[in-house]
Design a protein around this ligand. Structure first.
Ligand SMILES: [Mg+2]
Ligand SMILES: [Zn+2]
Length: 196
C-alpha cells in the first residue's frame, strides 16, 4: 500500500530502496513503532540520506508493518506515522519520493511483504526507476533477500535488528556490504558509484 508517493514526471534514475525501522528510525527486537510520537531518527540518518539525494538517487522507503494485521495499530495510524516521517525529513531538506508499506501478517501470504517484490514493483512503476543501478539497504535478512530477488546490490546494517539477525541467520546473509549504520552504507554506495 502507498502511504505517500510523489507524483512527478522525472527522467529515469536509480533508487536507494530503504527499510524504515532499524534503518532510518530507531528500532529493536520485540518493539513495534505504533505512534508517531515515538518516531526517532538515527543520528546519522539525515546526513546519509542527503548523500544519496546529492547523488540524484530516488529515496524510496519499503516497510513491512505487520503491526497493522496484529492489531497493534490501525491502518490510519500507520499512514500517520509514515507521513510524519516524511514531514520530519522534509524539514531537514530531504525529499522522499515514496513510502510503501505492507500491512499484512506473514500468514496472509501476500505479494507485498518483504522479501517479496510487490512494494518495490509498485515503486518502480510510479517513479521511473532504473532498477539495475539501484540499491537496497536494511537491517533484516528479509531486506537483503528482497534486494537479491530484485537482483540489485544490497547493504546489511548492524543497527536495529542487525545484530540479532546475524546471530539468527549467520552466514546465509550474503549482502554486498555490511555496514555499521546507514551513514557508512552511504559512504560505500558513493564509492561504488564512482567506481562506475
Ligand atoms: Mg528494519
Ligand atoms: Zn503485504
Amino acid at each position: 500500500m502507498i502511504a505517500f508517493s510523489k507524483k512527478t514526471k522525472l527522467s529515469p534514475r536509480a533508487a536507494v530502496f530503504l527499510d524504515r525501522d532499524g534503518t532510518i528510525v530507531h528500532d529493536r527486537p520485540g518493539y513495534y513503532l505504533v505512534d508517531e510520537k515515538s518516531l526517532k531518527l538515527y543520528k546519522h540518518a539525515p546526513q546519509a540520506l542527503k548523500i544519496f539525494q546529492k547523488m540524484n538517487y530516488a529515496l524510496i522507503i519499503l516497510t513491512n508493518q505487520s503491526g497493522i494485521a496484529r492489531n497493534y495499530m490501525s491502518l490510519e495510524k500507520s499512514k500517520k506515522i509514515n507521513l510524519s516521517l516524511r514531514a520530519k525529513l522534509k524539514n531537514l531538506g530531504i525529499d522522499i519520493a515514496g513510502i510503501y508499506f505492507c500491512p499484512h501478517a506473514p500468514k496472509d501470504k501476500c505479494s507485498c511483504r518483504k522479501p517479496r517484490v510487490g512494494l518495490a514493483k509498485e515503486a518502480l512503476f510510479n517513479h521511473n526507476i532504473i532498477l539495475a543501478k539501484s540499491f537496497m539497504i536494511g537491517d533484516k535478512f528479509s531486506d537483503i533477500k528482497l534486494g537479491q530477488n530484485l537482483k540489485i546490490k544490497t547493504i546489511f546494517l548492524k543497527t536495529g535488528h542487525g545484530r540479532t539477525q546475524t546471530l539468527k541467520y549467520g552466514k546465509t546473509i550474503k549482502a554486498n556490504f555490511v555496514a555499521k549504520d546507514i551513514l557508512s552504507a552511504a559512504k560505500w554506495i558513493k564509492k561504488e558509484k564512482n567506481r562506475g
